[in-house]
Design a protein around this ligand. Sequence first.
Ligand SMILES: Cc1cc2nc3c(=O)[nH]c(=O)nc-3n(C[C@H](O)[C@H](O)[C@H](O)COP(=O)(O)OP(=O)(O)OC[C@H]3O[C@@H](n4cnc5c(N)ncnc54)[C@H](O)[C@@H]3O)c2cc1C
Length: 462
Amino acid sequence: MKVDSITKLLIDKLGEKSVLTGTNLIQKYDHIWRMNEPTKTPLIVFPKTTKDVSEIMKICNNLSQKVVIHGGLTNLVGGTKTSSDTIVISLEKMNKIEEFDEKSKTITVQSGVILEDIINKASEKKLLLPLNFGAKGSAQIGGVVSTNAGGLRVFKYGMTRHMVLGIEAVMPDGTIISSLKKVIKDNSGYDLKQFFIGSEGTLGIITKIILKLVVSPSTRYSAIVGINKYENVVNLLKLLENDIGKILSGFELIWNSTYRTMINALETINPPLSDDFKYYVFIEVLGNETENDKILLQKSIENAINLDLILDGSIAENERELNNLWQIREDVGILDYDSKFAQHFDISIPIPKIGSLVDKIVAKLNTLEYVDKIYPFGHVADGNIHFIVGKNKNSVEIIDEINKVVYSPLKELNGSISAEHGIGLDKKKYLNMTRSDDEINLMRKIKKLFDPKLILNPGRII
Ligand SMILES: Cc1cc2nc3c(=O)[nH]c(=O)nc-3n(C[C@H](O)[C@H](O)[C@H](O)COP(=O)(O)OP(=O)(O)OC[C@H]3O[C@@H](n4cnc5c(N)ncnc54)[C@H](O)[C@@H]3O)c2cc1C
C-alpha cells in the first residue's frame, strides 16, 4: 500500500519515465555478478538532478520509507541488496561530467558517472585520476567515493578520499549539503565531506563530486616476477623503493592457486611465467622518461635476480602485453565465477606478517571439508590482502565458520576486517572484531544524527 502511494507521489514529482515498478523490474538486479537474480525491490526511481534526489528523500522521509542506493553495483559486501520493503534510488541517469577545469586540474561530475569515463576524459588533457581497479568500467564515482575505494595505486596516490576536493550530498530528510570547493586547504570548521566518504551511503546520497587530478605520467611499464619465499616479496618491495621509488606505482601480489586459475581461464594470453612459483608480484612504474624508466625497471629486476630475491621475471614489451599482464591481476570476476558460494575477504595487516598469516589461514580453511577453492591476491604494498573462498555446500553456519577462520587472528595483529571494500550487510556481524565498542557506539550516534528515522541504506555497517 505504502509503495503504491510512494509510486504516485514520485510520478507526480518526476514523471512516469523516472519510476520502474512491477514486471518492468524483471531485468533489474542488485549486483553486477548476479544479473540472473532479479532485484527484490518493488520500485526503482531514477533521478536526473540533485533536486530530484532531494524531492525523493523528502517523500520517503515523510512516509518513513526505507531506501537503498544503487550505484554501479560492484561492491563486494552486500551493500546494494534489496528487500520487498525497501525502494531503490539508482544514480545511473545522473551521469554528466559537468566541468573539466584543466587549469585547476579538477573535474566536476554527477555521482552516476562511470569511473573509467572520468579517467578517459582526464587523459584527453594529459591529466590522470589515479584510481585503478578491476571494476572501473562499471563502478560509478558516487559508489567509489561512498566506499572510499582503494585499488592498485594506493601506496603512491592514496585512497579515493585523497582525491576528493568537494562534495554535494542529499541528507535523508532531503536537505542538500553543498560543499563544492576546488581548494585543498579549508580548515573552516568540521570537514563535513569526510562524513560522506567511506560511509557507504548510510549518512547521505552523494550527488556531485569535485575530484583532484594529477599530471599524467607519460610512461607506463610493468613486469611480473616469480618468488618462492614471502620474505623475498618484502625484500623486493624494499629494493624497488630504494632503486625506483619515485616512479614505482604498483606492487601487487597473487598466490600460485590464483595465478593458475587466471592463466587457464584467460586462454588467449600467453602465460608470462611458468606456474610453479608460490608468489607472483606485478610491478608497475609510471614516469616521464620514455627510455630511462624502462631501463631503470629492468636494472632493478636484474638487481633482484642477482640478490636471489626473484627466480624469474618478465617485462611487458608493448601495450598488448601490458594489458594482458594486468588482466591476470585485475579480472578477479574469473575467480568469483570459479568459486561456488563464493565468500570474499579484504583484510589488512602489517606487510611483514602477510605471508605467514595467509599460510595459516589457508591451512585452516583446507581442513574444512566443504572448502574447495582458496584464491588469495592483493595490494601487498598497502598491507591489504583479498581472498575468494569457494565451497561445495553453503549455510549460514558454514559462512560464519569461514569468516571466523579469516577474521580471528586480526585483532592480535592490529589489522582490519575490511581494508577497502567496506562493511555493508555481509561483514556487519564481525565489525567488533577490529573496532571497539566505543567506536561502534559513536558510529551509531552519528548515524542517528544524520538519519533519525534510519531510512537510508538501513542495516549497513552498524
Ligand atoms: C572486479 C572487481 C574488482 C574490485 N576491486 C576493488 C579494489 O581493488 N578496491 C576497492 O576498494 N574495491 C574494489 N571493488 C569493489 C567495488 O568496485 C568498489 O567498492 C566500488 O567503489 C563500488 O562502486 P559502485 O558504483 O559499484 O557502488 P555500488 O556497489 O553500487 O554501491 C556501493 C555502496 O555505496 C552506496 N552508494 C552507491 N552510490 C552512492 C551514492 N551516490 N551516494 C551514496 N552512497 C552510494 C551503495 O548503497 C552501497 O552501499 C572491486 C569490485 C569488483 C567487482
